[in-house]
Ligand binder design. Sequence first.
Ligand SMILES: NC(=O)c1ccc[n+]([C@@H]2O[C@H](COP(=O)([O-])OP(=O)(O)OC[C@H]3O[C@@H](n4cnc5c(N)ncnc54)[C@H](OP(=O)(O)O)[C@@H]3O)[C@@H](O)[C@H]2O)c1
Length: 349
Amino acid sequence: MSPILNVGVVGTGIFAKDRHLPSFQEMPEEFKVVAAFNRTKAKALTFGKLADIPESKVYDTIDDLMRDPEVTFVDSLVPVQNNVTNVKKAIEHKKPILLEKPIAATMQQARELVNLSESTDLPIGIAENWLYLNCIDVAKEHLKSIGPIVAFTHNSTGPFFSSNKYLVTSWRQNPEHIGGFLSDGGVHQLALVTAILGEIDSVSALTTQVREASGTDDVVFSTVKMDSGVIGTFSYGSAFGSTDKSVFLKIYGKNGNILIDLCSKKELIVKVTVGSGGEVSPIITTINLPQDDSFGVNDEFLNFRQSVIKKDKKLFKGQPKAAFHHLACVDAFLKSSAKNGTNVKVEKY
Ligand SMILES: NC(=O)c1ccc[n+]([C@@H]2O[C@H](COP(=O)([O-])OP(=O)(O)OC[C@H]3O[C@@H](n4cnc5c(N)ncnc54)[C@H](OP(=O)(O)O)[C@@H]3O)[C@@H](O)[C@H]2O)c1
């Protein structure tokens, strides 16, 4: 029987309580949360009660948690300017570590984190749960039928919700991480696009701040060129007035198109249209992909578990190098916008 992995949770805030803990609890044959640490201990104690952790394993310091021999891996959900420090501690204590996205607060920190991950055989993963959406594999399977691929448009726009539970977190109100919400949420979108179409070479972007509560720019509209030569547009922002949520990726080829509709988190829809032009009757296939509430997190945890059990860091999809690229795209958007939309190369690792 495969072992149950014992998890030590660092940072017992909103996402730890509302998503990571439920995901671990939904998979009791695979995971058990055995320890916790949080800067404000009272919150860790409340989390400990929910997770059924004995008080003696709600630690006063992250080092105490890392020293616990019962902890098989560390699950870190803190503001990402702390990610490099937590990786250093994990390496010191020889614990695999999964860190919430984006990879880091700055490109310099992101490079340091990738360097650290390259220096060890320990699994060090960045939790970008959109990498696990099954629409990615479905779209990739059909790319050939519409190819050669020429262009794409990715759009993720939606209304502002002042009741958004994440707005009250002080680290989002005064972001140290580049791009604020643009990197906080935008890396998910970039993970989706680049998992299907490969890395981005250069961008021309304009960003703007619509809501004071966002702390910094919260909207980006851009044109991009991929390493492959494919061209596209990438738009992201949930800071507008009343509007439908519109989240889709449409990929255009010389022989048709693929539309991935992500408007409903309950069910993704992939529509593949194959045909060489306007005069032919296209063959249309629609694939409905119902999602569980974790939206990729459960599969992400199972993938990290395999990586830990098999002691093979490469098995995990959320490689630090991939997450570096996603943050580098946001960095390039901001640099391009600062130069009034001038084309900017995306920094590569
Ligand atoms: N994948 C996704 O879809 C998704 C969704 C939401 C969040 N996330 C990620 O999850 C992480 C946590 O986000 P959240 O929304 O849960 O935020 P949160 O509620 O503010 O939780 C962050 C936790 O980190 C602690 N913390 C804050 N500053 C710290 C510091 N300087 N040193 C050590 N600990 C510190 C906080 O402790 P205190 O109690 O002392 O403030 C808090 O418990 C972030 O990386 C975020 O990007 C991912």
